[in-house]
Design a protein around this ligand. Structure first.
Ligand code: GCU
Length: 338
């Protein structure tokens, strides 16, 4: 029934969109994401809206749809593919089913630190082939957004060591890599869309989930899940994707302005990120009574590192990217030790 309702909602959206593609002769640009209005991603996108409309406002009207209003991330990637909407923010996790090159950033413990993660994601030579990999599917990535570090959080049982995950039903994003990661942790992976997690926690359909701290407050998961354990298993970026036909329809001058806008989103979003995480932690601790746990990360890492070899063997095109990521990390460590 829920699937039917979702389908009908999307069908209605599509109908309305096709019927109202223009407003005051302006081309409407629709951007979808699944975060709340106070989330850094929405803040970054609002700056993009302002910027594009200040430069090209006679021609374009940018409209942002937060909170899964246009559907889950998987749905909105598909809408971007067909051009029913122009842009969507998607977690890297789900993009691996559109091109398996995206598996690389779903590997647990791929990065040594947030600095390493940022340096890799900002490395244009490394990122470009990944961002353009889905052009055959009608969309490309135009920038990345920080989504922090992913950690386990649970309703009843605190996770102090990997063995505590045994048999627990843990929500993961809809990706084969995440399901395999949970298998290696001996938990029971329960893939579902982000918007369904709160109810699933509340109704006991799952015992916990994994995400950054903002999920506790911005998505209110901390109302139900009272233990948040810093095992730091992944840093999975969010990716802003754009419909390729639309991007190619821009004149070189317009494209240049859009490119500046994409850089702006990423800067504003990342500037807002650190403060938002601090705020979320305080709020979760004080107002929601969430307990933060700091387990021995090395024990968790040991369990899932075999996934690196498995994925690289099955998908050899990832090896040069993986090696480059390791090299960047090692060079950063050398610099730090100087
Ligand atoms: C984070 C991420 C989202 C993703 C969500 C999830 O919030 O920023 O893009 O959808 O995790 O776990 O589904």
């Amino acid at each position: 029934m829920k699937k039917l309702l979702n389908f009908l909602t999307l069908a209605c959206c599509l109908f309305v969109f096709v019927a109202c593609g223009k407003k005051d002769n302006k081309r409407i640009i629709r951007i979808s994401h699944n975060q709340a209005q106070d989330h850094p991603t929405n803040i970054g996108l609002l700056e993009f809206e302002k910027f594009i409309e200040s430069k090209l406002g006679d021609k374009y009207d940018v409209q942002i749809f937060p909170n899964e209003l246009l559907g889950s991330q998987v749905n909105t990637v598909e809408l971007t593919q067909t051009g029913a909407i122009d842009f969507a923010v998607a977690s890297n996790a789900i993009l691996e089913s559109f091109d398996d090159i995206y598996q690389i950033f779903n590997l647990p413990y791929l990065f040594d630190s947030p600095e390493h993660y940022h340096a890799v994601m900002d490395n244009a030579d490394l990122i470009k082939p990944i961002f353009t990999s889905t052009s055959k599917s009608g969309f490309e990535a135009v920038t990345w957004l920080d989504a922090g570090t992913r950690n386990f959080y649970t309703v009843k049982k605190p996770i102090n060591k990997p063995e505590d995950l045994k048999g627990l039903k843990i929500r993961v994003q809809q990706s084969a890599s995440n399901i395999r990661m949970m298998e290696l942790f001996n938990g029971a992976a329960t893939p579902m869309g982000f918007g369904e997690v709160y109810t699933a926690l509340q109704q006991g359909v799952i015992d916990g989930a994994e995400n950054n701290e903002l999920a506790l407050t911005s998505n209110k998961h901390g109302e139900v899940a009272k233990y948040y354990s810093y095992d730091m298993h992944q840093m999975v970026p969010d990716i802003l994707i754009g419909n390729l036909k639309f991007l190619n329809s821009l004149s070189p001058e317009e494209r240049e302005i859009f490119n500046q806008g994409f850089v702006l989103i990423s800067q504003v979003q990342r500037d807002a990120w650190t403060m938002s995480v601090e705020k979320a932690k305080n709020q979760a601790q004080k107002d929601m009574n969430v307990k933060f746990i700091y387990p021995d990360v090395a024990l968790f890492k040991e369990k899932v590192l075999p996934l690196h070899g498995e994925v690289l063997n099955a998908n050899p095109k990832l090896k040069p990217i993986y090696d480059k990521i390791q090299e960047i990390g090692k060079n950063m460590q050398k610099e730090d030790n100087k």
